[in-house]
Each structure stands twice: as structure tokens, then as C-alpha cells.
Design a protein around this ligand. Structure first.
Ligand SMILES: Cc1ncc(COP(=O)(O)O)c(C=O)c1O
Length: 398
């Protein structure tokens, strides 16, 4: 990394991130390059935002055309891109009468969902049940919804009204409900929490509980949405319909965009004055999102997500007998977690040195969110590096 970049960050950028000493300057598909010309294969593009990899051509073209026509107007006006995107998303849920609201990030999408749940609940019904180990964002409402005490540290008092159940435990959810409860909120697959898949019957059971107690069921699909799991939305793998789905990350192929989709009787609680986002639904983000949807559809990428899952599974399962410290692989589409019995940080570091970008969450889960455009060749090339570095974890350190 250039010394002046390093110095500028040191002097002028708040140090709230653990950053690698690498400055990325350019990307194409699943490959990125740093300022010294080193090439990396990216199995974690944009922390889940790069569902089509870096600089997807249709998204680039859509943004370039839009930016020359109309950059931004606030929501006091109608724009064609916002209407088209709302229609495209709502139609893909298949829910009759669904409506969309737009903002700029995942945490904002969840804030809007929290407000909707309270407004829909009515006076005195404000509590929301979320799950332990969940991750819903960093603004104060979404943070309170996040069931991980480490993220609350030093920030008390939290927004009141959240109660946390262990992920997968229906009885625990039922026990937490009281007359003040208005909603259950869940990631259908916990992402940051370790790529945790819901046990059989759990998602359907949550719908039953919500119906029995007249609660909204909110799905945070910020990470699982937009084709990541092989369907447009992860809830479509189950025979239920949530009341609200929140989206961000991959929504606009790497351009900042967040939003939610709600059933009509829920959507109508957000009346003028109850909620807003100045940049929400701006024409550039909406055109980028439309180009993302078009690419996924025209290139058959929902099917490709499932193929990529199978290829990763085969590779990881093949090394497990020789690497007993690899205790499992959890995956749905291109949301992949390799469970280790040991610390995974050395793997991330060694892969970076060898030009492969991967993530590790909760110390022992190697997390991959590869692009749906990842080729077989790229997958095999990256897996070879990853396998060698995982195998090295078993070697005695000198
Ligand atoms: C499931 C989930 N919800 C919400 C968020 C927050 O999204 P953002 O960082 O865009 O605010 C994340 C981010 O990782 C997430 O994974």
C-alpha cells in the first residue's frame, strides 16, 4: 500500500474498522487489484453487496446513463426508476398487494420495519422478539434488535422492547410473548452469527406463533435476499409468507440501497410524516437495482447459486476426513460457512497473502459470500488455496 494513503487514513479517518494494509483500486467480476498491481480472487465481494462481483457491466451502464440524466430528487417527487424497482421487487415476492419502501442500508431498512411493527401493533404493543446471535445493524433500533451483548457494550441504555430467543427454539419464542409484543424479527439464515441455518419446521413454526398471537413476522433478508440463496428471497424456500422483508447489501449490485417489502395492510401504517429517507429510492440506486435484477434473471443466476453451493460442498466435504478440525459446512446458495474447531484467523491472513479474499466470523467460521457470477475455474482456483491453508491449521507450529 502506498505510504501516503496509509498516512491519510492514520491522520484523518476514524479508526473504527480493522483494516487490512491493502488499498484496492479496481475490480472486475470476482477479481480485484490493489494499488501495487497485485490481483486477488474475491470470495467475499463487498461483504455480500457484490452479488454480481465487481463492476457488473449492466449495473455500470445503468448508473452511467442515470447519473447523466438525473442524479437525485427527493421523495416529494415521483421518479420512474423508483416505481419500476418497487414493482419489480413486489412482483418477485408474489404477495398480493405488496408495497416497497426505500432507504440506503440494511440498518435503516430494519429501523423502518421496527417502526412499522410498533405502528401496526397499536398503543401499548411495542415489544419485538429477535434471536440471540442475530445481527440487524448498528443504528440504535437495529442494534437493540441485535441479540449479541458485545455490540451493546458501552452504549446503554438500549432502545427498550426487545427480547431475545435462542435461534431455532420455538418454545423460547412462545415463552417471551406477552400482551405488549407486536412482532417477531429474524434472519432466515443468521449471517454474521455464523451462517446458521434454521432447523426443519422452525420458520413455519414462527409463522404459526405469529398468527396465533397476532404478531408481525419480519424477515431480515439484508444478507439472504436478492438471489443469494438460490431464490429471490430466502423465505421462498419455505411454505410461508412473512409480513415484512428487509433488503440491502446485494439489492443494487454494490450501489448503496436498502428497502423493505410489506404486505398491504402493514405497508399502510407508514403514512406521510411517520418515516422518510432523503436519499431513499434515488434514481441511481434504483436503476442499479433494476440492472441487478435483470442480470440475475437473464443470466440464470438463481440456478447458478445452487450449482456454486454444490461445488463448494463437494470440495469442503472432500477435505474433512483428512482435516478433523473442519467440523462441517453450512450453506444455502452462495452463503457458505465452513465450521472449524479452531481459530480461523490464520486462514484468512494466509489466503490474503496468496491473493484470496475470505472472511472469518465468530472466530471459527470461515464465511464466504461469493458472487453468483463466479466461474467454475475461479471456484476451483480459490478452493485449492483455501483447502491448503485450512489443512495447514493441523500442522504443528514451529
Ligand atoms: C442480516 C443483516 N441485517 C442488517 C445488516 C446491516 O446492514 P448495513 O451494514 O447495510 O446497515 C447486516 C450487515 O451485515 C446484516 O447482515
Amino acid at each position: 500500500m502506498q505510504a501516503d494513503t496509509k498516512l491519510r487514513f492514520h491522520n484523518y479517518v476514524v479508526a473504527n474498522y480493522t483494516r487490512y494494509p491493502v488499498c484496492l483500486v479496481r475490480g472486475v467480476g470476482s477479481r480485484v487489484w490493489d494499488d501495487e498491481g497485485k490481483e486477488y480472487l474475491d470470495f467475499f465481494p463487498g461483504w455480500g453487496c457484490g452479488i454480481l462481483g465487481h463492476c457488473p457491466p449492466r449495473v455500470v451502464a445503468a448508473v452511467q446513463a442515470q447519473v447523466a440524466q438525473l442524479v437525485h430528487v427527493p421523495n416529494t417527487w415521483h421518479t420512474e426508476p423508483q416505481g419500476l424497482l418497487a414493482e419489480a421487487l413486489c412482483l418477485r415476492t408474489g404477495w398480493p398487494g405488496a408495497q416497497a419502501f426505500f432507504c440506503n442500508s440494511g440498518t435503516e431498512a430494519n429501523e423502518a420495519a421496527i417502526k412499522m411493527a410498533r405502528l401496526h401493533g397499536g398503543p401499548g404493543r411495542f415489544k419485538i422478539i429477535t434471536m440471540l446471535n442475530s445481527f440487524h445493524g448498528r443504528t440504535m433500533g437495529s442494534l437493540a434488535a441485535t441479540g449479541q451483548p458485545k455490540y451493546h457494550a458501552g452504549l446503554s441504555p438500549m432502545l427498550p422492547g426487545f427480547a431475545y430467543a435462542p435461534f431455532g427454539d420455538l418454545d423460547a419464542v412462545a415463552r417471551l410473548i406477552d400482551p405488549e409484543t407486536c412482532a417477531i424479527m429474524i434472519e432466515p439464515i443468521q449471517g454474521e452469527g455464523g451462517v446458521n441455518l434454521p432447523p426443519a419446521g422452525y420458520i413455519e413454526g414462527l409463522r404459526e406463533i405469529a398468527d396465533r398471537h397476532n404478531l408481525l413476522l419480519i424477515f431480515d433478508e439484508v444478507q439472504t435476499g436478492m438471489g443469494r440463496t438460490g431464490k429471490w428471497f430466502a423465505h421462498q424456500h419455505y411454505s410461508i409468507q412473512p409480513d415484512i422483508v428487509t433488503l440491502a447489501k446485494a439489492l443494487a449490485g454494490g450501489i448503496a440501497c436498502g428497502g423493505l417489502i410489506a404486505r398491504p395492510e402493514v405497508a399502510q401504517v407508514l403514512k406521510p410524516g411517520t418515516h422518510a429517507a432523503t436519499f431513499g429510492g434515488n434514481p441511481i440506486a434504483c436503476m442499479a437495482a433494476l440492472a441487478t435484477i435483470e442480470t440475475i434473471e437473464q443470466e440464470g443466476l438463481l440456478t447458478r447459486a445452487t450449482e456454486i453451493e454444490a461445488l463448494f460442498r463437494n470440495r469442503v466435504e472432500a477435505i474433512m476426513p483428512a482435516c478433523p478440525w473442519v467440523t462441517g459446512i453450512r450453506a444455502m446458495g452462495t452463503m457458505i460457512g465452513i465450521q472449524l474447531a479452531v481459530d480461523g484467523a490464520p486462514v484468512v491472513k494466509a489466503c490474503l497473502e496468496r491473493g484470496l479474499l475470505v472472511n472469518c466470523t465468530h472466530s471459527t467460521v470461515i464465511r464466504l459470500l461469493p458472487s453468483l457470477t463466479l466461474t467454475d475455474e475461479e471456484l476451483f482456483q480459490g478452493c485449492s488455496i483455501l483447502e491448503e491453508e485450512i489443512a495447514r491449521l493441523g500442522q504443528p507450529t514451529s
